[in-house]
Design a protein around this ligand. Sequence first.
Ligand code: CP
Length: 311
Amino acid sequence: MEKIFSYDKITLLTRAGLKKNKLILVSDINKSIVEKIFFSVGKTKILKNKTAVFVFLENSTRTKISFEMACNKLGVKVVHFNTSLSSTNKGESLIETLRNIEAMGADLLIIRHGDQLNISELYKLNIPIISAGSESISHPTQALLDLFTLHKEGMVNKNKKLLFLGDISLNRVANSHKNLLKDWGFEIGYSYPKELCLKDTSKELKYFKNKKEALAWADIVMVLRLQSERKNFSSDFLEDYKQKYQLTLKDIETANLKKSDCLKVMHPGPYVEGLDLEKSVTNYEHSFIYKQVKNSVPVRAAIIQSLLQGD
Ligand code: CP
């Protein structure tokens, strides 16, 4: 058994062959560790003499800023890698760049990457790493802060029905949630365009072809963005997508007519106005969207503290 996190007495990890102190996939942590992280949200302390290097190879607003604010909260110094001014432009490989950051003695690497880098290569590095979004596979800290939001709103372990609405095919948040939420008492449903998926998973998942039917079933809907930066979509496809998967206030009002508790709305962000979400939904009384963002700083601070205290 190899140790990944070491937070107080929580030192469990059963996945073989991983280097310690990594949060790249949600399978790098277990339920006890998640509970311990959640317990420490809002109670983090100053960590002395720690430096985090941020390597963001894809665009980010929420994740990058909230990680930096979390580091500020913890007294962790931040150094930013600048791709356009780096020696990757002289032919150095990305993994070699990361090995150099490791050799300089950085205490933590926070990295967002697409297919420039394979996740398995990160596990070979001997430095604590947090994924800030890896390929279309993993976004563990987003999944954790979403789960924390659900926990804070009293939704965990209550047999709530959580619907993912939108494109799951290239969505790293949905992928991380698939592996995380099952341990927390949620029934998960999906409504997504099957034609975007490499294989038909609709029989393995609780799948809804129809948005209205899906929203009538759900207690919570997590709307997902179409990953237009990873794939080109025709204007016909986009129009069809909007009709079938965009969440509007009218959709919510219709669903709420038959519910005892109003539908709760989540979105990991960024949302595309008029495609995956109607703007008015962000002001809906039971939207958790800005609560997710608010929770991102203390949750990420707790995750960083947990990782660095495991040194
Ligand atoms: N949720 C999320 O990852 O947002 P950003 O891409 O803005 O960081």
